[in-house]
Write a protein that binds this ligand. Structure first.
Ligand SMILES: Nc1ncnc2c1ncn2[C@@H]1O[C@H](COP(=O)(O)OP(=O)(O)OP(=O)(O)O)[C@@H](O)[C@H]1O
Length: 656
């Protein structure tokens, strides 16, 4: 293919990737016209029919792709200014004791656009070595390994004529109207987010018992078990005296922490976890102090990315050490050591891949391997840094807490994938993993680089996760009952996490919802102390991939500043996923740190569209009408919580 003249390249950088692709490929891209694009263009008063060039655009879902901007650099100065203005208004809730402001932790990640650009574009814009031929996967609208279904244009058109026409106000707000979406989020009167019940409880507890309790971030790290890889965690036979842990070191120096002590005891794994113990010994130096509280806070600071800048060189604990400590290790393991805890090496099977991760089934678990800290570009991306992983670990573990059925907890659910263990590894891919990788490549055609390219000293984080099943993209739903079950579980799960941690997923496309069938007829949620049990139709769902998510752990607000990822918002016009990112941008007004549960609603709206348009399952016309009515009502809600407590769409599923 002929590349465009050099002088056009700069111009190309400012265009959406899709547009670049179209410009470069010309009519070669085929003539499929995406009806969504067309309809949206009409909705936006674009003068009816799009130009031929626009018509040639077809949605290409793409992986997020890193920009080559320095870390910490936010590309939009305006956004920075706006954030500063907002900070001046002191809109953030402080959950910390003693009036200390809640730390805000932007992951400082130089962001990446969703998906990988086409080879042609990569070659001229980024001047990167040519990658493997991009294959639609994960996020693309074309199901993996399945024949492409011809789009049902008539159906799509009819659907949008019926539904979207009068939803225009909610669905396609004018960009100039900042308050179209979230009535509670006008910039002029920024609303302090409702303090979630768990945070409230924590704050009250903290006030009542103002001692030296570790900050919640540290608490989470300390409390969340690095689970024994085999067999259930047992708190009963655990004898804290046998184990030297960071926690123990803290306790020994601070007799005021008895309540925390017993709480941690109940979470800690059995004493059989030798590796954890020895590594904890080493890492305990990070936590050991001589003056109680201050040392705990010091330890928190050392683990907090937000505060590293204020630390002296003497205080600095490098993120790898912190990551090792949080994973309960003193030294990295090998990949084989980790995998062989779950299955025989020859039984390892690759089950999926993402921009950063390679997912392998090992026994009953799925282990996701994410390379870190190396200089080698992996799948065309700069590797994540350990400090970023540290944040992701905290986020995953915080969500793990929702799984507790402890009467203490006002909010609980099992909707978010369980993180069973976390490990830092080093070394090349084991031959058994390479074999599994190659087998998957032969069958599905991997978009990722061959793992044999990793150098000898490559480091990784391995997320050992509950096996969540198949993603919605490739899962075949049988009937409307299953679709309804999916919607109720996603809505209720998001509602619970909103209530507990002001959680917003912010990237809930159909590759990030896993489904599996099982025997259980019902599933339980506790939302602000109220138990809800829903019928499942034998389907259970799990939400994965919290890379873009925002959470308030009680100590930190973890979020990804998407202002530095302009490409995320430049996806194809009319593509539901791309439109959802753009709507999120409108709702948040690029203030990504803020709490905007409406973003969860946007993804629910996306899901309803996906179910109606991209998934086929047995359904009557009444079922379709019900889903459309649900969608209309949904667009009025400002949070998943509002939807789950008030919408009649779910009432026939409610058992209690
Ligand atoms: N717990 C799990 N159970 C089953 N399959 C999983 C699990 N976790 C991941 N997968 C599979 O691996 C794929 C990649 O995982 P994931 O989306 O977490 O990777 P990623 O690198 O974060 O992706 P992204 O490209 O969105 O950044 C998923 O789409 C899914 O098919």
């Amino acid at each position: 293919m002929q590349l465009p003249p050099r002088h056009q390249l700069q111009h190309f950088k400012t265009l959406s990737l899709q547009r670049i692709f179209v410009l470069m490929m010309g009519s070669k891209t085929g003539s499929r016209v995406d009806l969504w694009s067309e309809i949206i263009a009409e909705e936006e008063g674009g003068g009816g029919r799009q130009s031929l060039q626009q018509q040639q655009q077809q949605p290409i879902y793409q992986r997020r792709r890193r920009q080559k901007t320095p870390q910490n650099q936010i590309t939009s100065q305006d956004a920075n200014l706006k954030q500063l203005e907002l900070k001046d208004k002191d809109i953030r809730v402080s959950f910390g004791g003693g009036g200390r402001a809640t730390k805000r932790v932007s992951w400082n990640r130089s962001l990446s656009t969703r998906g990988r650009i086409s080879i042609a574009v990569a070659a001229c814009v980024d001047n990167q070595p040519q990658q493997k031929q991009a294959r639609k996967r994960g996020k693309p609208p074309v199901p993996k390994g399945k024949a492409v279904q011809p789009p049902n244009f008539e159906k799509e058109k009819q659907y949008f004529e019926e539904v979207d026409a009068f939803e225009l106000l909610e669905e396609s707000p004018s960009p100039k109207s900042s308050s179209t979406w979230a009535t509670g989020n006008e910039t002029d009167a920024v609303v302090i987010p409702h303090m979630s019940s768990r945070l409230e409880k924590w704050l009250i507890a903290k006030k009542l018992n103002y001692s030296c309790e570790p900050s919640s971030t540290l608490s989470k790290i300390l409390e969340t078990p690095t689970m024994p890889p085999l067999g259930p965690m047992s708190g009963n036979d655990f004898n804290i005296v046998d184990v030297i842990t960071p926690e123990k070191a803290v306790f020994e120096t601070n007799s005021k922490l008895h309540s925390v002590h017993s709480r941690i005891r109940s979470y800690l794994p059995s004493k059989g976890v030798l590796e954890r113990n020895s590594l904890a010994q080493k890492s305990s130096s990070m936590f050991v102090g001589h003056e109680g509280c201050e040392d705990i806070e010091g330890a928190v600071k050392k683990l907090s990315l937000a505060s590293t800048s204020s630390l002296s060189d003497h205080d600095y604990v490098d993120p790898v050490t912190a990551l090792l400590a949080v994973c309960g290790q003193s030294v990295p393991s090998t990949l084989l050591e980790v995998f062989s805890k779950y299955c025989e090496p020859e039984n390892i099977v690759k089950v999926g891949e993402g921009t950063y991760g390679e997912a392998f089934k090992a026994g009953n678990t799925v282990c996701k391997i994410v390379p870190i800290d190396g200089d080698l570009l992996v799948n065309g991306e700069v590797q994540k840094r350990s400090e970023e992983l540290l944040e992701e670990v905290i986020l995953s573990r915080t969500l793990n807490n929702l799984r507790s059925h402890d009467a203490d907890f006002d909010n609980s659910c099992t909707t978010f994938i369980e993180t069973l263990d976390l490990r830092v590894c080093q070394g090349p891919y084991d031959p058994s993993l390479v074999k599994a990788w190659e087998y998957w490549d032969e069958k599905h055609g991997s978009e990722n680089d061959h793992p044999k390219e990793f150098p000898e000293k490559q480091c990784y984080v391995v997320f050992v996760l509950q096996h969540g099943g198949k993603d919605l993209e490739s899962f075949v739903l049988s009937n409307f009952d299953e679709a309804q079950s999916l919607l109720v579980q996603v809505t209720a799960g998001l509602a619970v996490a909103e209530a507990a941690y002001e959680f917003e997923h912010r990237d809930l496309h159909w590759g990030n919802i896993l489904l599996r069938r099982n025997e259980s007829a019902t599933v339980q949620f506790i939302l602000e102390g109220k138990k809800m049990i829903f019928r499942t139709s034998g389907l259970l769902i799990s939400i994965i991939d919290f890379t873009l998510s925002r959470i308030n752990t009680g100590q930190d607000i973890l979020f990804l500043d998407l202002t530095s990822d302009p490409y995320l918002f430049k996806g194809p016009k009319g593509d539901r996923q791309a439109e959802t990112y753009r709507k999120m941008k409108e709702v948040t007004e690029d203030f990504w740190e803020g709490s905007f549960p409406k973003t969860n609603v946007l993804w629910l709206l996306y899901l309803v569209d996906i179910l109606l348009l991209k998934k086929s399952f047995d359904r009557s016309s009444k079922n379709e009408r019900d889903m459309r009515s649900f969608k209309k009502r949904l667009s009025k809600y400002n949070s998943a919580k509002e939807a789950i407590v008030s919408d009649p769409f779910f009432s026939n599923l409610l058992v209690v």
